[in-house]
Design a protein around this ligand. Structure first.
Ligand code: HEM
Length: 430
């Protein structure tokens, strides 16, 4: 594995995972920095539900990832944004009133996938992947991929005394874990990430997104054919072999097209989020050296540190729903057909649940947050994400002693209104 990882093109890694670059700025509001929490606090203080998109409520320009309807359509549907913990939680747990229809359209270039499904169709299709992502499968993920990849990435860094953990570690661990679980060769992993970026881009024309989706299919189809003939102990074999029961009781397995839809979603969801969330966790700990030292000394604090990072600064702060009927939310009338933006970061900073919510504090009592959503669409990969971050943090603390910011590098910042993460993580160690 060492040899394969050494072959990954560092320039391509830099371009792909450059949070501060022009592309990301246009996609995700990359200029949004320190004022994020203050702006969210102000919005939440004036009510849990507001008319307008998150961008409109915060008074910041529309982003290509989440454009306001006015930006894309001549006659936009009404949009509302939700900032309170209880109100966001209510929406997640009432999928009949608040459907995932908006997501069906956003991710239609992936092919058929669970993100935009609802009701029994969602339950049936989710059941195909659920067993592979259950909590009791965490060790399987660690033993098959996470431990080895972590070990190899750190082997390349330790002994050098200096590294950018964002590009050299955080970006690669989740990407190589999920691509390996799909049987994708390491030399194709970065190309697949390029295609993912094109598929989810709010800037690229639809033809480019469809071409990227087809090209990802060309990488995956030979693996699907191989695993149908020779199943292995990996995720793609499990998706192919799992049978489910249709509404009329007929048992079926996924077609190649359906496996591809699932794969495009999982490769996207599994490779971007955890990269940035692990970066946020390290950024927060490096900025609080006393808490970093406490975790180093007492590893039972690793889990609380990860949960606090998720609560305090989740990488994907906004998700969407569509109101299926007229309803009332937090005292605001929401007409049927409205798009409802759920601001998870604001909900996770609700002062009715957390004291001094803007403070990063790994010692606070762990209470459930909404960073992995809730209800039927709760993040399928949350146990894998937690396992990746926990193995990574433990290994970094074991193998990079005296970890601290590189005093000669500029201090990194957290960027973005969506897809938030640090622009770099320049560190030194003993
Ligand atoms: C820190 C990392 C992660 C965060 C913060 C995160 C967050 C989320 C959230 C908020 C949702 C709900 C979307 C909605 O309700 O519309 C979601 C869904 C999902 N996530 Fe994650 N995720 C993370 C990592 C992962 C990983 C590692 C995987 C896979 C390996 C994954 C796979 C999925 C899938 C497949 C869904 C769709 C579930 C459904 O629609 O039923 N996620 N994630």
């Amino acid at each position: 594995m060492l040899h394969e990882i050494a072959q990954l093109d560092p320039d391509m890694i830099r371009t792909l995972f450059d949070t501060g670059g022009d592309y990301r700025r246009a996609m995700s509001g990359g200029d949004y920095r320190d004022n994020f929490h203050t702006d969210l606090k102000r919005a939440r203080e004036t009510g849990p539900v507001h008319a307008g998109s998150v961008e409109e409520v915060l008074g910041t320009p529309a982003t290509a990832l989440h454009p306001t309807p006015a930006y894309t359509r001549p006659q936009p549907e009404p949009v509302f944004s939700v900032f309170g913990f209880d109100t966001v939680n209510t929406v997640f747990r009432d999928p009949e009133t608040f459907t995932s229809d908006a997501l069906r359209g956003t991710f239609d270039t992936f092919g058929r996938n669970i993100l935009g499904m609802g009701g029994s169709e969602h339950a049936r299709y989710r059941a195909i992947a659920q067993p592979s992502f259950a909590r009791n499968m965490t060790q399987w993920w660690i033993d098959r991929w996470i431990a080895d990849i972590t070990d190899t990435l750190l082997h390349r860094i330790e002994g050098r005394g200096r590294a950018d953990l964002n590009l050299e570690f955080c970006a690669l661990l989740p990407l190589l874990t999920i691509t390996s679980s799909f049987g994708v060769r390491m030399d194709e992993a970065l190309r697949l990430r390029v295609l993912i970026e094109q598929m989810i881009s709010g800037i690229e024309p639809r033809e480019v997104k469809l071409a990227a989706s087809a090209a990802a299919g060309e990488i995956l189809l030979p693996v699907i054919a191989d695993r149908r003939a020779n199943p292995r102990d990996d995720l793609i074999s499990k998706l192919i072999q799992q049978t489910i029961r249709d509404e009329d009781g007929t048992e079926f397995r996924l077609t190649d097209e359906e496996v591809l839809g699932y794969a495009r979603l999982l490769l996207t969801a599994g490779s971007g989020t955890t990269w940035r969330q692990l970066g946020i966790t390290l950024w927060a700990l490096l900025n609080h050296p006393d808490q970093l030292e406490a975790v180093r000394r007492d590893r039972s604090l690793v889990r609380p540190a990860i949960e606090e990072s998720l609560r305090w600064e989740v990488t994907d702060p906004t998700f969407f729903r569509t109101a299926a009927r007229d309803t009332n939310l937090g005292g605001v009338h929401i007409p049927a057909g409205s798009r409802v933006s759920l601001c998870l970061t604001a909900a996770n900073h609700d002062p009715s649940r957390w004291t001094e919510p803007e403070r990063f504090d790994i010692f606070r009592r762990v209470r459930p947050h909404l960073s992995f959503a809730g209800g039927p669409h709760v993040c399928l990969g949350m146990h894998v994400a937690r396992a990746e971050m926990s193995v990574a943090l433990n290994a970094i603390l074991d193998r990079l002693p005296d970890l601290h910011w590189d005093p000669e590098a500029r201090r990194p910042v957290l960027l973005g209104l969506h897809m938030r993460g640090p622009n770099e993580l320049p560190v030194m160690f003993g």
